[in-house]
Design a protein around this ligand. Structure first.
Ligand code: ADE
Length: 225
């Protein structure tokens, strides 16, 4: 998968791709991430990417021209499956959305700033708009990172144990069951006996029950879906 991210603050995006799972996915050749500084696509001396709103009002708007230049340049080099705009009024990111995007080959992610982008960008270039939740960030960059993390870990081969993404919370609309590791008894706090019984059908049944109970208690809305 190739991910091209368009931003006015590339510095905010660098280091998360240089650590942990996202770094390893790149080293394994499973993912390519390219950061594009929108200011490199401006033509004026000030490298201006935003301007005042038509009709008046507080806050600057990201201009269409540099965004057009950047997206058009990228599209001339390869086909893209999706051009995503990070925005608080987009569809809320969910495991279902992450699963869908993880199947794509090439995607562009545009990070909004200021009041957002000129509506014509959304009308003519964007194929999907994603929000990471009902709160407003100062830019789309942190949302883009969350989207990338959620998507990259689903790409086959990225996680060491192939099955571990399949047993995450939200796959199958259930939260994950409780998990334990050694020691089996810590200060008298014991691991449920079934987990050390070696009876794997029984363990599987216990996990399913616990996942259901936890979902019923914490997120009954998931069971209604
Ligand atoms: N940009 C600003 N707020 C955002 C949000 N909640 N999700 C995605 N992008 C954003």
């Amino acid at each position: 998968m190739r991910i091209d991210i368009i931003t006015v603050v590339p510095d905010l995006l660098k280091s998360p791709f240089e650590a942990s799972i996202m770094k390893r996915s790149i080293e394994k050749g499973l993912v390519e991430v390219h950061l594009h500084n929108l200011r490199d696509y401006t033509t004026d001396n000030y490298k201006q990417v935003d301007d005042y709103q038509f009709g008046g009002g507080a806050g600057m708007v990201m201009m269409i021209e540099p965004i057009d230049k950047c997206i058009t340049q990228l599209k001339s080099e390869r086909d893209y499956d999706e051009v995503i705009y990070m925005t608080p009024d987009g569809e809320t990111l969910s495991q279902t959305v992450a699963n869908q995007i993880s199947l794509q080959e090439n995607i562009i992610i545009l990070c909004g700033h200021y009041k957002g982008v000129d509506q014509r960008v959304r009308d003519h270039f964007i194929t999907r708009e994603i929000s990471i939740g009902d709160y407003v960030l100062s830019g789309g960059e942190l949302g883009a990172l969350i989207l990338c993390d959620a998507v990259i870990r689903l790409i086959p081969g990225v996680l060491g144990n192939e099955t571990s993404a399949l047993t995450d919370s939200f796959q199958d609309n259930l939260l994950a069951p409780p998990i334990y590791t050694r020691p089996a008894d810590y200060k008298g706090w014991k691991v449920p006996e079934v987990l050390t019984s070696g009876n794997f059908p029984k363990i599987e049944q216990w996990r399913e029950e616990q996942a259901y109970l936890r979902t019923q208690e914490r997120r009954p809305d998931l069971l209604e879906e």
